[in-house]
Design a protein around this ligand. Structure first.
Ligand code: GLN
Length: 289
């Protein structure tokens, strides 16, 4: 049994060094060592000369072995930062991406402008990233956030993450089902936000590691990648208040098509926005008043 009393005579400094050499990446090595030591940031730097426990070294070795097979770092460490929260993640859900933090930011501003109460729906929440970040950042008083997903596995991850956001968790409802089927029929939201699957089946654009490791049901949406976006655009007016906002993550080559979808469906204020790389990434529109 490894416990605090049974230590290996190897410091975190040496382990970080060794892991960096094996992985050829000092930053990745640090994230893995931080996860193994359960110390992050300055706390990790303060334990560099302390020895690791046998259990911690075993955990570190297992993570290094997984990373060496090409498994994404975020699945290997089992957690990743999204805005101000740390999410548990594994292969049941997509890895949270920086561009999705921007999608959350747009939804956050729209929801924050509504008061004294506000209802937000995160459709196809996966790990819970967008909806839980909103719950975390919006006022505790007056906020209700619905998280939905068709995947029970994904909702198990979201539920685990819900436990990690503290007092704001009281504002969150979790509902299983495909898109709007998950919601009570009478529910009207001020903001509906979603990062749905939007990758075209058979595309050559997808990063190889994404295709190999991430859940296909969270990525692919028909031959043109628009199947789920079409369904959400069609259904959202029935679940938005008049003037309520729809915020969608979209593929870089889908801006024009999604603009047309939204305009044809009668939405107002249709706007296609770019991510930090300058690529079309976010569609915003309002239900007609
Ligand atoms: N942005 C992701 C990728 O291309 C796709 C995410 C999604 O389909 N929602 O890797």
């Amino acid at each position: 049994m490894a416990d605090e009393s049974e230590r290996q005579d190897v410091s975190w400094r040496a382990l970080w060094q060794e892991t960096s050499a094996v992985l050829g990446d000092r930053v990745h090595a640090r994230w893995i060592c931080e996860t193994a030591s359960a110390a992050t940031g300055d706390e990790f730097l303060s334990i560099l000369d302390e020895p690791a426990t046998v259990r911690m070294v075993a955990h570190l070795d297992a993570m290094v072995a997984r990373r060496r097979t090409g498994e994404p770092l975020q699945y290997v460490t089992g957690h990743w930062a999204f805005r101000h929260i740390d999410l548990a993640i594994d292969r049941r859900v997509l890895i949270p991406r920086p561009e999705t933090e921007l999608v959350a930011d747009v939804a956050l501003r729209l929801a924050a402008a509504v008061g004294p109460t506000r209802t937000v729906v995160d459709l196809g929440t996966g790990s819970g990233a967008i909806g839980l970040a909103l719950a975390d950042e919006l006022p505790i008083v007056g906020t209700t956030i619905w998280l939905t997903d068709a995947s029970r596995d994904a909702l198990d991850v979201a539920r685990a993450n819900l436990a990690g956001i503290g007092r704001s968790a009281q504002n969150v409802r979790i509902a299983e089902g495909s898109w709007f089927d998950a919601l009570p029929a009478e529910l009207r939201a001020d903001v509906i936000v979603s990062n749905p699957p939007y990758v075209a089946v058979g595309t050559s654009e997808l990063d190889a590691a994404v295709g190999e490791w991430e859940p296909p049901e969270a990525l692919f949406a028909g031959a043109d990648g628009l199947a789920d976006l079409r369904e959400i655009v069609a259904g959202a007016p029935h679940h938005l208040v008049p003037g309520g906002a729809l915020v969608l993550e979209i593929g870089a080559d889908q801006g024009a098509a999604v603009r047309t979808l939204l305009q044809s469906a009668g939405y107002d204020d249709v706007d296609i926005r770019q991510d930090l790389a300058g690529r079309d990434r976010i569609a915003v529109a309002r239900r007609a008043r």
